[in-house]
Design a protein around this ligand. Structure first.
Ligand SMILES: [Zn+2]
Length: 269
């Protein structure tokens, strides 16, 4: 027990020193080699235990995006010229901010208090936010974009929220029990509405596809804890990249800046 405590303590000190040096712009190769970058893979019945370095990477990779997501939402609100745009900016922006905030909150608590009750509560919230964020990401497209005139496409507006609610109920009941099934639920919910709303061409369709592909690539790392160092932090980075692609598509195509009115030149003689 004493041996385990000292090895944890040494690992903590090595990781802390490493991040201090990295913040000062120094790359300490010796310390990089000493840090424990990955623990053993978890069995199907238990959760993976991240190392100190992985905990810190998990907090940083989502924590630094909270303020930019607030600014991104304010930009959408500033560009809103009607009620539908304002509502979409609020819903989409809120899901973006909450995604990064809840994730950072969970990873902070998990890092400092590995077995406390808040860790479990926030883990459930973190997973629930994935469903809410998927529905929130579709919201501006379903609200501001003209949809194909079939009942499936027009029903998608409320169907994505119904799917999110069902996903959250499933996830709360079977939390951490059937992890692969949970991942399949995320993939199903994010891809199911896509073919119904993309039957016609519209500006931003390519970016929607690219963003979706980046999320899909990220899922590979979501399932690689214990096989690749900092796999969960890499998954976070894929989420950031995909969310950025989708955000700029929303910004450019659904919230275009109105042309600045040119002052009329009057020639007086
Ligand atoms: Zn996470």
């Amino acid at each position: 027990m004493r041996k385990v405590y000292w090895s944890m303590q040494n690992n903590y000190i090595a990781t802390t020193r490493l991040y201090q040096d990295l913040l000062q712009g120094v790359i300490p190769w010796q310390q990089l080699r000493r840090v424990n970058w990955m623990n053993q893979r978890a069995t199907s019945k238990e959760a993976y235990r991240p190392t100190e370095a992985e905990h810190i990477a998990n907090v940083i990779t989502h924590g630094v995006w909270i303020v930019p997501s607030v600014l991104a939402t304010l930009e959408l609100l500033a560009r809103s010229h009607n009620g539908a745009q304002f509502l979409s900016a609020l819903v989409y922006g809120a899901t973006l901010i909450f995604l990064f905030s809840v994730s950072t909150g969970f990873h902070c608590v998990f890092y400092r208090n590995k077995h406390g009750p808040w860790k479990d509560v926030l883990h459930r919230c973190d997973r629930a936010m994935i469903y809410i964020f998927i529905a929130g990401s579709y919201f501006p497209w379903l609200t501001l974009q003209s949809l194909p005139s079939n009942c499936w496409a027009s029903s998608m507006k409320w169907l994505v929220w119904l799917l999110a609610a069902l996903g959250i109920i499933y996830q709360q009941v079977f939390h951490e029990k059937y992890k692969m099934l949970e991942t399949i639920c995320y993939v199903f919910m994010s891809t199911f509405p896509f073919p119904f709303i993309t039957q016609h061409d519209f500006p931003g369709k390519t970016e929607l596809k690219i963003g979706g592909m980046v999320y899909a690539l990220g899922v590979i790392f979501f399932k690689m804890d214990g096989s690749i160092p900092c796999a969960h932090a890499i998954w976070h980075l894929f989420v950031v990249m995909a969310a950025a692609v989708h955000y700029f598509a929303v910004l450019n195509y659904l919230y275009p800046e109105l042309p600045i009115p040119q002052p009329s030149l009057s020639i007086t003689s």
